[in-house]
Design a protein around this ligand. Sequence first.
Ligand code: MTE
Length: 379
Amino acid sequence: MERSFLSEGKTAQPSSAVQTIPEKERMIHHPSSSLELEMPVEFLKSWITPVSHFFVRNHLEEPSISPGAEWHLTVAGEVKKPITLNLPHLAGMARHSITAVLECAGNGRAFYQPQTPGSPWGRGAVGNAHFSGPRLRDILLRAGLKATARHVMFRGLDQASGETPPFIRSIPIEKALDEDTLVATHMNDAPLTTHHGFPARALVPGWIGASWCKWLTEIRVLDKEFEGEFMREAYRVPCQPVPPGTLASAGNTRALTELSTKSIIAGPAPGATVKTGAVTIHGAAWTSDAEITAVDISTDAGVTWKAAELEGDPVRYAWRLWSYTWKDAEPGDHIIMSRAMDSRGRRQPPVATWNPGGYLYHAIDQITIHVRTQAEGAG
Ligand code: MTE
């Protein structure tokens, strides 16, 4: 079950449910041995998600690196000249900026039926932020790649603990050399906070959050995909759909890479009661390496659809806010739906393919709201 932790403890919550999370405000706290904070979806009001509301997904205890402390990033493996960099080295390199969606592969897991193990993230394990730092390719080229370079592995400073192995994963060399893949040192124009990977994290735009290694301390170029547990066991889906509730047979799975095309409804809140007349429905939509071209809204449980208005210009890797004014909302209960489409023709499906890890939930979003009758309105 989810519990809400309020950083300022202003409302009447049992005291055991009130906990201060530094730099975070009113997040949904998924109880776990490590920090897992979800953004309540009603906070999704701006194109850039403030750090105070940005979700956090840690597998292990968070390392604490104080500003000014010694920190090094080694680059080794299939390179011609291993190098060690510090923050002034990174600051001295050409800086690249990108606004990108960071989404946990488990976002929406709570909506899969049957349920799967893992934290029951709802809609809020996602955010859109402005990141900057040197390109990973500039760092790799400084070390010089050998012809055997196939994958790039990231290791963070968080330590393996108990049964949880170290969080180490790798990405293919092509994605590592992409001009938009960064070693980010800044988020929303300020140095990364500890929760988000200070002093440096991988930024792999359009790919699942698990690729975005935080608290980077080692980059190792490999001649094949890294084989640790977080690559071999976790963040994989069956190559062919399996009947819901079954387990994928070993070896018949693939590592998750790209995000799916998806929209979510941020308001009204699920179950909300609203006045008759005009109701504004709003939310965000995103995809992997393409642009959101349309978001359609249904106010009659999917029978008819109308185009929502997309805000601003499309920005590759960023989300697009959208809104729709439902002018003639009649009293009663209504099922509201949203579905997104991208410039590669990918459309949010009515049903997401069930998988044992509960990953990449991206079915058409759906909420129920209640429109008040005149009598209810008077009361
Ligand atoms: N990097 C390290 N070193 N350790 C982690 O546990 N979690 C990953 C990724 N990077 C993780 C990590 C996962 S699963 C996600 S979804 C994102 O960080 C979440 O990033 P955020 O906490 O900054 O939102």
